[in-house]
Design a protein around this ligand. Sequence first.
Ligand code: BDR
Ligand code: CA
Length: 317
Amino acid sequence: MPERIIFDTDPGVDDAMALYFALRSPELEIVGLTTVFGNGPVDLTTLNALRLLEIAGRPDIPVARGAAGPLSGVFHHGAGVVHGVDGQGDVFLPDPQTRPLPVSAADFIVERVLAEPGALTLLAVGPLTNLALALEREPRIAGLVRRVVLMGGNAFVPGNITPAAEANIYNDVEAADRVFAADWPVTMIGLDVTQRTVMSATDLGRYAAADNALAAHLARITPFYLNFTRGNDGIDGIFVHDSTAVAYLVCPEAFTIQRHRVRVETQGFASGKTWPARSGVYGGDAWDGRPEVEIAVAVDGARTVALELARVCGDRE
Ligand code: BDR
Ligand code: CA
């Protein structure tokens, strides 16, 4: 039986990669997409979610539009410099034929989790606002999801949007802190592993060589992202952020996990820093009462990249 997934996302080039990796993985079944602001405004990320499903030939998968901004404060800017002003590498896709559901992302999450207790996994690869709103609306969902796997945070490495913080967590610090505080099983796939997972320019060339619509779209949109990482990070490739969370679901044996309680810094210059409470460190009263979170601290990045390319490009692993 495939693991049934609600995919919470802000597409985004690497969100598209993650979605297509998941759609091409028989271990997973996506029951719905929920959208959130992040790489762009939520109206744009919702359109992109619909467009990506159409391209993939899966317009049957429902999309619920989610939060337009963080729980507190305002959303100032997207990530046009990373993902393009259209969120898809500036290829400017036509409008989709399909529409989002008439329910909010948080309501969709609550309804579906209550309808299938113990069955659904929340895979979150954007700011965690929708998950926090769903928890607020119906706290019982914490005990009713199968698990939460999220791309976000930085446990033992620096941030990527500020020296302290990773972008998804930074974009809604309050929501992230609530997600790490809730009593549900959480696995954090953060920069500790996603920046160890590099898809080279040569690897990316395989998308263009593959003969399917999903790979063809990724071949169109990834050059913009590659151009950014070449200039910004000095690598001839891209960091594989969101897809690494999919890789964890499909191939957990490629990862090393540690268990720590986690808090999120919600104020000041280090806002958005995810702070794990390592054992052997005293004076951690402020972490008391927090559940342990699974944190990915190491990965066989070559293995997960090979798996992703094999799945999306349709050839053998
Ligand atoms: C995360 O930020 C977004 O720009 C990416 O889509 C990814 O989810 C990486 O920090
Ligand atoms: Ca994302």
